[in-house]
Design a protein around this ligand. Sequence first.
Ligand code: SAH
Ligand code: SF4
Length: 438
Amino acid sequence: MNERDSEIMAQLLGEKGYVETGDSDQADLIILNTCSIRAKAEQKVMSMLGVLRKQKQHNPKLKICVAGCVAQQEGQQIIERMPHVDLVIGTQSLYQLTELLDDFGEHPVATRLSKDYQIPPFIPNLRADNHQKSPLTIPFKKFLTIMQGCNNYCSYCVVPFTRGNEISRNVSHILEEAYSLVEAGIKEITLLGQNVNSYGRTNVVSTETIDYSFADLLRAVSTIPGLRRLRFTTSNPKDLSDDLMRCFADIGILCPQFHLPVQSGSNRILSLMNRKYSRELYLEKVAALRSYCPDIALTTDMIVGFPGETDRDFEETMSLLEEVQYHGSFSFKYSDRPGTRSATFEDKVEETVKSERLRIFQSRQDEIGLKHNQGYVGKIFSVMIEKIGEDSIVGRTGTNHLVHIADTVCSYLPGEIVSARILHAGQHSLRGELVGKD
Ligand code: SAH
Ligand code: SF4
């Protein structure tokens, strides 16, 4: 989501004549687009701001702006602690970036969150950009934000506070953006939201429900001629409908990949987390997904060391991992976030225990992931090319696995789809040989 927001900011700045530089010493303006989901992400921002303070001493004309969730969360305090920061721009003020830059100093903190916020229609200007690029670097896949914010208030999570209420974009704005992306040559779109499953429950214009589900939206986007692949993220399991799961059987271009964050295998912890589903319900959804799409690659998010998590609870997490056999996962040590309910829970788990549980979880996940990868050896996959090297190409399967393919002819372009037979499986990628072009 931040990546997409950064692109939007770059485009808004480009329209005002700003030019991007890869050398931060050359910059007149530096924007840190920040994440505050875990304590570690926030610490990185603070240390980067320390580095930028020195840069500003050498170049007093430099303007520094903090955007994103840390900006939203800390607001005025950033300027108080770091007076070298010129502008703090919150998550709902993104589209006002250039106006705020025009009168630097007038409104150094723009972090108002409104229930009635509307995400403006936005058309990416890829065509203009592509003009100046070599065919090897023209983008072929993009994120498309379909909603912002979240109403779920999982007890550990800062998102409802930093990104505000859940707001779905208008269907027509989303389709317009998707069509324009495909027209400009994009072959793969990933639809983005904190919980795409509840798309349409809250409208942009008012807080009324719109009669269009996420599955309806997927079906509509999937009919755009020229679009080759469709993905989405993320889904809260409590709202995962049968209609959406069936899309994996019905929509040809929907990639066989599903990120279904579980967070814990223990019902007791899930309830303390306010996740509103049980382990049993989660497993039912996994079984249903696999019945519609037997080859689907499942990934998850897992938190270890949530306040009050006992050895027994952690064993439940490990046994869930054994049952589901995820293709991969993102796993984190729990950290307190400001304003969240769990930050006030008393029985915090010791740091050393959290680290040990994370190590155990990750090493078992690595083994399971590798076993899945080894199961692909000998099979043929469609691979969308991402990068062309001197004697190889790198691409991705629909299941989102990276594949390195030896190729000395190199007559392909990024975004094209080839067929490859998998020859070797590593922990993080596969190696394959070309067997044809789609
Ligand atoms: N909307 C997504 C999650 C977005 S946040 C969902 O509902 O699943 C991405 C991940 O960060 C979460 O899935 C969770 O695993 C992790 N996370 C969020 N808050 C955290 C915290 N306080 N400590 C550790 N990990 C956290
Ligand atoms: Fe955070 Fe829960 Fe919303 Fe995901 S669903 S963004 S974890 S509050």
